[in-house]
Every structure is written in structure tokens, then in C-alpha cells.
Design a protein around this ligand. Structure first.
Ligand code: EPU
Length: 438
């Protein structure tokens, strides 16, 4: 377990550069499995989620060459083969992406084995939608003590699917299963996040026929085969939002190279309402604290085009410095406020509630989930010893430590490298005062 000691109270200033979105590249890598010829994905970040997916692809015979400097990744799936269960099992608990291997492996090999899933502990994170989707296509699913085995004795056939909630992962499951399934698939209740649209663009480059209609309906006409693709991943808007929040909370000024305004409009509106300033430039966005008081805001997280759940944690740190009461109603995950405990230990005043503090329809009201937060500001933050709980919560801990006076020891810091490339190098480039202990 690695740790950093942060001497806070210094604004973060400077510039950083984004690479491709974590929540697109790992799925785009899985899509390469469907092609009969090699694919090239550009702007792939060097993060541990990418490493896990690379290893799983390699175990299935995909040849991978990733240049971490340029971000170019070459994937050759000409010799896809069944991996040994024991080798796959070594990756149990490391990521949630393996569940997306199901459709492509069923198409390529007629069977699949996936390890127990990992990922951030921000709720129960069931996979019932995924398995229902796969069953609709004709997959047979067998749960084993070590993982899940799937087969498709008669191949995968197009289906009519209605998701009970616009799940990002389940929508990707449908896309990756339906493109080479036999016949037409109609998906209602689909997620339409920019990363999903980029995945659809990739599949179209590969030869798929997919249309995105109004009201969250996606139609896929199955094709017999797909070829490789050449694609530059969309920039990571979640990382951009994280650094924007860091600039605001530390009274700093950060240029985020590659940040794309169109994919971040909902975030930018809230950032402006809190009192943050930004300039949209030719090749990125400059985010800064304008030197005036910050304002309290009321936000509800939601699926796209709403305010993303991944944006709330770092921004909550800035809300602790706003003049008055801010409210955050989390409607995507039932347990995403665990990180507030550490902020309170640093001097924040954040109260969490089971009630829905907002009008957005939510699956967690009247249940035992602390999914609303009230943040009273402004409260000075002071250094503390804290432990990173998950990716975005961890980023917010680091931001709080940077904004605080005094010294903080932040442990379990390696979790942040799951999703933020060159995290410590970027902190260094932005003038943070810290020491790293491996
Ligand atoms: N859900 C179910 N059953 C399912 C699938 C999802 O009940 O079978 C529920 C989840 O429990 C959750 C909600 O549906 O309450 C939304 O989950 P979704 O499937 O949309 O999330 P995901 O695909 O597991 C991705 C990102 C998350 C991001 C969410 C929402 C990746 C690898 N992860 O997760 O990113 O928060 O979509 O946009 O793409 C992160 O980057 O830190 C992160 C957690």
C-alpha cells in the first residue's frame, strides 16, 4: 500500500494533458476482440484498468502493443483462443470490465469464462441486467465458485431488450453482443453517455450497423463479421472535471489540455454556478478560482445528459468552501458518500441522509441508503491521516489535503492510478508540495 504526505494550502497551478477516457478505452479494447483484423486505438492512458484488460486480452490470444508515451495501442485478435480458467481467475476482483468479454468471446469461441468482478465499492453493483441481456441473446450462464461460465450452443440471436435503468455497462453489453448476433436487436432504456456513443462509432468503423434513435432506443442490425478499427478515444471528461474541482478547491488555475466543452456542458454549468471560472480555448479548457466567494449549489447526479455521478466527489470539496448550504442528491449509486467521513475529519461539515433531497426519480428513497448530502460552508480544512476508499472519493481526499492547512498522510493512493494517468507527476507539475512513499 502506497501513501503520500501532502503539505496543503498551496494553489494548484499549471497545465496537464488528458488522454482517452478510462470508461471508453477499456471497452474499445474489448471491442477489438470482435474484429477479424488488427485494431489501433489512440490516446490510451497508462492506468491499471488498461493493464488488467490488456492482460485478459493477452490470455485470450490477442497480441497487444501499447506505447505509454504516445498512447497508441495495437491489438491483433487473429488468434483468439480459450484462456485457462486458472489464469483468468488470477484477475478476480481487479476490475468490472471482464463482464463485457462475454458477448465477444461467445461470438469468437462459443464459450466464455469470466472471473469474479472488482471495481470501486460505491454500492452493491449487481450484474443482473448483464446476465438478463446475455440470456435474451441465447447465452447459457453457469455460476461457479470462482467465476461465471457461459456458452451459446446455438450462437447469439438478436433480441428485443428493455433495460429497467439506463445502465452504462448493460448498454455496452448489448452493443458488444448484438453487432454480430443473428438478426435485429432493439434496445430501449439505453444509456447514451458520450463514451457509449464513441463505442458505437468504433463499432461502426468495424462494419456494424447501429442507429441511436430518440427516447434512449438503439437499434442494431447484426452483421456476419467485423474488421479492425483505427480510432482516437474521446478525452476523459471525468478526469477533466476532477482537475477543474481541484483548481477551485485549492484557489488555483489549471489548464486541462484536450478537455472537450460539448461533453462537459452540464458540469460547466454547475462549475459556473458554484463560482468557478473557465475559458474554453482551442485545445482545452482553463479552470480557475476567480478570487471571489464561492456559492452554495443544489445538484442531483443522473445518467447523461444529467450531472455525472463521477463528478460529485471532487466538487464536494469545493462546496465545503462555499458560503452556505449545498445539497447533493446521488441517484446513480446508493453508497457514494463514504468519502465524506474523511472530509469531516478534516473540518468539513457534511451531513448525509437516507431521504431523497431532490425531485429526480431515484431508486434509493425510503430505503436504508445514505444517498443525499448537505454540505455547510465555508469550513477551513486541516490536514489529517486519511485512507483512499475508491477512485473518485480518493481523488477528493487528495484535493481536500491540498486545500487544507497543515500536513495530511493519504494512504492506499495506488487506487487512484486505476483511473488517473501519471497522477503524481501531474500533481508535481501543478506545484503540489508532497512526498511519495511506495
Ligand atoms: N445496475 C444494476 N444492475 C446491473 C448493472 C447496473 O442494478 O446489472 C445499477 C448499478 O448498481 C448502479 C446503476 O445501475 O446503481 C448504474 O450502473 P452502470 O451500469 O451505469 O455503471 P457501470 O457501467 O458499472 C460505469 C462507469 C462508472 C460510472 C457509471 C455511471 C466504467 C468502467 N464505469 O459503471 O465509472 O460511474 O458507469 O456513469 O465505465 C468511475 O469511473 O469511477 C466509475 C465508477
Amino acid at each position: 500500500m502506497s501513501q503520500i504526505t501532502i503539505h496543503g494550502g498551496k494553489p494548484l497551478t499549471g497545465s496537464i494533458e488528458l488522454k482517452g477516457a478510462k470508461n471508453l478505452v477499456t471497452k474499445a479494447m474489448v471491442a477489438a476482440l470482435l474484429g477479424e483484423t488488427p485494431s489501433v486505438l489512440r490516446d490510451v492512458p497508462h492506468i491499471s484498468d488498461v493493464e488488467v484488460v490488456s492482460r485478459l486480452l493477452q490470455l485470450h490470444g490477442v497480441n497487444i502493443d501499447h506505447d505509454p508515451i504516445t498512447g497508441d495501442m495495437h491489438m491483433d485478435p487473429s488468434n483468439v483462443e480459450q484462456a485457462r480458467m486458472v489464469d483468468i481467475d488470477a484477475h478476480a476482483g481487479s476490475s468490472r470490465i471482464p463482464i463485457l468479454f462475454c458477448g465477444p468471446l461467445l461470438h469468437r469461441l462459443g464459450e466464455a469464462f469470466i472471473p469474479g468482478l472488482g471495481g470501486c465499492e460505491i454500492g452493491n453493483r449487481p450484474v443482473d441486467f448483464h446476465f438478463d441481456v446475455l440470456r435474451s441473446f441465447g447465452a447459457v450462464i453457469e455460476k461457479l465458485p470462482t467465476g461465471t461460465r457461459l456458452s451459446a450452443p446455438e450462437g447469439l440471436k438478436g433480441a428485443k431488450i428493455n433495460l429497467p435503468y439506463p445502465s452504462v455497462g448493460a448498454t455496452e453489453q448489448v452493443l458488444l453482443s448484438a453487432t454480430t448476433a443473428d438478426g435485429l436487436t432493439e434496445l430501449s432504456g439505453a444509456a447514451i453517455e458520450p463514451e457509449i456513443i464513441d463505442l458505437i462509432a468504433i463499432l461502426q468503423k468495424m462494419g456494424a450497423i447501429i442507429s441511436v434513435d430518440t427516447d434512449r432506443v438503439i437499434r442494431i442490425e447484426g452483421v456476419k463479421k467485423l474488421h479492425g478499427y483505427n480510432h482516437r478515444a474521446i478525452p476523459d471528461r471525468n478526469e477533466a472535471a476532477s482537475w477543474a474541482a481541484a483548481a477551485l478547491a485549492t484557489q488555483g488555475d489549471i489548464f486541462v489540455g484536450g478537455a472537450n466543452q460539448v461533453d462537459m456542458m452540464t458540469f460547466l454549468n454547475v462549475f459556473r454556478k458554484v463560482g468557478g471560472a473557465f475559458d474554453v480555448l482551442q485545445n482545452g479548457i482553463r479552470f480557475y478560482h476567480p478570487g471571489t466567494d464561492l456559492n452554495p449549489v443544489v445538484i442531483e447526479t443522473d445518467v447523461h445528459p444529467g450531472f455525472m455521478t463521477d463528478w460529485q466527489q471532487p466538487l464536494v470539496v469545493a462546496m465545503t468552501q462555499a458560503q452556505g448550504l449545498s445539497i447533493v442528491h446521488e441517484t446513480v449509486y446508493e453508497n457514494r458518500f463514504g468519502f465524506t467521513e474523511a472530509l469531516n475529519a478534516m473540518g468539513a461539515q457534511i451531513q448525509i441522509y437516507r431521504e431523497c433531497l431532490g425531485g429526480t426519480p431515484c431508486r434509493f428513497g425510503q430505503r436504508n441508503f445514505y444517498h443525499s448530502a448537505v454540505i455547510s460552508g465555508p469550513t477551513p480544512l486541516v490536514g489529517a491521516d486519511i485512507r483512499v476508499p475508491d477512485l473518485r472519493g480518493g481523488f477528493s481526499h487528495v484535493v481536500a489535503a491540498l486545500a487544507a492547512t497543515g500536513t495530511s498522510n493519504v494512504s492506499n493512493i495506488q487506487l487512484i492510478s486505476r483511473g488517473y494517468e501519471k497522477f503524481l507527476e501531474k500533481l508535481d507539475a501543478l506545484g503540489a508540495d508532497f512526498e511519495f512513499e511506495a
